[in-house]
Design a protein around this ligand. Structure first.
Ligand code: FA5
Length: 340
């Protein structure tokens, strides 16, 4: 009698195991059937009332039913595990025969692009492109440019000094000196590059920025030549008329010296943080090479003359693209750079 009810219970539980639709439903069947308070456990509690022979026999029937149910539970559990694994593999399936996506293409930084445009322009005008060191000696950065040690002009450019007396160049003008020394006159050279100044950063001032130096040494070079090249440069970059003004400027390495400012293209003139509310942006200081500078580099100023300029390349890029804060250019934010 008890045997039969154990068999029936086992059959019902086997049917529930087969029908369980989820690991949770299967666990519920396990608890009901073979759990500590499950149906088989309840039956074994009543076995104390049986005779020793019956207890032995029913005990065997119970054990057999329990083993049968546990085997069925394990098998079903395994099926759920297999199904989960299959689903994961399906989701992760990759078609290895598909062509690989191409590499993401970058593009030139706007400063590099304008620098290269200017290099092409000046090369077409017979100029050579020179490079110079960013770590400079005091001699090339200052002394050879007619700025003796106690000259107040040195204070115009706040310098990052390095151990051992060298410095991070504060302008590209030392490359003029290296150009004159190595190539001699007649000379047409430009030198684009990075320069460094120990100064406070704002919308139009960086501690690290780019300049493009230019120099022409020949016979009978005049301010007219200088202005011709400056105008050619600005027309090539802006491809339209821009308003400029020329005013006297002081640099110990040129005489006369000029400041060539451009009407601010960010605000159009009324004033903004880029032009410090003046309507004008200092862009292109220039002048005729001071005879002392020629002499220091071994060129006879009686025979040769020249002009030089030091374009603020980073500021030119700001004007060309209408960038209202210099800090965007080297901030490394791809959202900014991807606009170009
Ligand atoms: C010079 O550096 C001179 N060597 C230029 C020169 C060369 C004059 C040859 C004559 C002959 P200045 O310190 O003004 O000059 O800098 C030149 C240009 O660099 C400025 O007109 C400006 O456009 C740019 N500039 C200067 N300081 C900064 C800065 N902190 N951030 C960005 N651009 C700057």
């Amino acid at each position: 009698m008890l045997d039969e009810s154990i068999q029936e219970l086992a059959s019902r539980c086997l049917a529930r195991i087969a029908a369980a639709g989820s690991p949770e439903a299967l666990e519920a069947v396990r608890v009901d059937a073979v759990g500590r308070k499950g149906a088989l456990a309840e039956i074994s509690k009543g076995m104390g009332k049986l005779t020793p022979e019956e207890r032995k026999r029913i005990g065997q029937v119970l054990n057999a039913a329990k083993q049968q149910l546990e085997a069925a539970l394990d098998a079903r559990k395994q099926e759920f595990g297999d199904a989960a694994l299959r689903a994961r593999l399906d989701a992760e399936w990759v078609d290895l025969t598909l062509p690989a996506p191409g590499p993401r293409r970058g593009h030139l930084h706007p400063i590099t692009r304008i620098q290269r445009e200017l290099e092409d322009l000046f090369v077409s005008l017979g100029f050579t492109v020179l490079d110079g060191p960013e770590v400079e000696t005091e001699y090339y950065n200052f002394d050879a440019l007619n700025m003796p040690p106690d000259h107040p002009a040195r204070d115009m450019q706040d310098t990052f000094w390095l151990d051992g007396g060298n410095l991070l160049r504060t302008h590209t003008s030392p490359v003029q000196v290296r150009g004159m020394e190595h190539l001699g006159p007649p000379l047409r050279m430009i030198a684009p590059g990075r320069v460094f100044r120990n100064e406070s950063v704002d919308a139009s001032h960086e501690h690290t920025f780019y300049q493009l130096e230019g120099m022409m040494i020949d016979r009978d070079v005049s301010v007219a030549h200088l202005l011709y090249f400056m105008k050619t440069l600005l027309t090539a970059i802006f491809q339209r008329d821009v308003t400029v003004r020329l005013r006297p400027g002081y640099f110990p390495f040129v005489e006369p010296g000029f400041e060539l400012d451009i009407r601010c293209l960010i605000c159009g003139g009324p004033g903004c943080p880029v032009c410090k509310h003046s309507g004008w942006v200092e862009l292109l200081p220039c002048g005729l090479v001071n005879p002392n500078v020629l002499r220091i580099s071994g060129i006879d100023p009686e025979k040769w003359g020249g002009f030089a300029f030091g374009l603020g390349l980073t500021r030119l890029v700001m004007m060309r693209y209408g960038i209202d804060d210099i800090r965007h250019l080297q901030g490394g934010d791809l959202r900014f750079l991807e606009q170009f």
